[in-house]
Design a protein. Sequence first.
Length: 361
Amino acid sequence: MASEREVFGVPEPPEDGWGPHVPVMQGRLGGIVTILGDWRGMCGLQLRLFPQLPHPSERHRPRCRVITFLVAMGISAAFLWKAADWQKMGHRGRSFIARAPSAEEISQFAGENAMAPVRVYVGRRSERTARARAELALLELIRAGGFEHSAVVVVVPVGSGWMDPGWYDTLDIMLGSDVSTVAVQYSYLTSVRSLLAHPEYSVEQARELFEVIYDYWTQLPRDNRPKLYMHGMSQGVFNSQSTVPLRDVLGAPNNGTLWPGSRFLSPIWQHARNDRLPGSPAWMREERALDVSEEFRWFPVMTMFQLALDMAISLQVPRYGHFYVAPDYIDAWAEVVQPEGWSAKRAAGLKAIFERRPAPL
């Protein structure tokens, strides 16, 4: 009986497999699969070797025209004219600027004629060095009147430059738009890939931004300057925590910090873990959330394996794991900024606004 190779006309392979060379067709297919399979890795290599080149995802953004139109219509009037180049912001920055809550939406909650909040975002390609980008952010913040508001928030984005709408939209409405937010992009890659491709960029950029903003802030009259806050999420927490030179800010400390989603690498997280009371927290003995089964018990290895599986999908279910949404930030921000006249009723009203809002794109 003829073999399958004889029926389909496939020649017998040499005794040593493919021999010293891979056939041309298989080699080409393998090369294509390798390139496509590690496209993001190729982007990371590009950024490491040529950091000023645009990321491939930034070269063609048809939605930019839509966002530009929205800004031109006055949705974020503070950025109609700016020193920070619109195209060089990257699509993360353009989205952050253009999708700020409108003055009408803010006024409905604040009960007054609110202005559009001040938002400053400097893209990675705006300048060649971290210091120059930080100085550009400061100039833009001054130009837009950012220090005339009651609060300034210095933000370290996640690796891709993404700014979570859940935290900055809630703060804008909570404070009646009397807040300015400033951020500088340090990478186009996801947090994990940016750590692998250029771990030094993120910390350097975060330090430069904080130093430039803080130095200017301390030169303002103490009784006539805005409150200064810091914020970072996930990898941004690690980078933000690395920016605070405690000995240098003791004389004029910032007014508060919000660091959700702190990773195990962050120094403050490690300090809290290492210096805790032995055996604490007894988290399986505490009152459980409604969605945690009472049958969940501790077993060596098995329990940690179950938690590891949960972590693998921790970005898929809103309000669980590492997936934060707007209502999660409201109580936290209220504790940090202490809004005047804040109450449980006000908090519930703001949460209701964001629960009705469509999910951000």
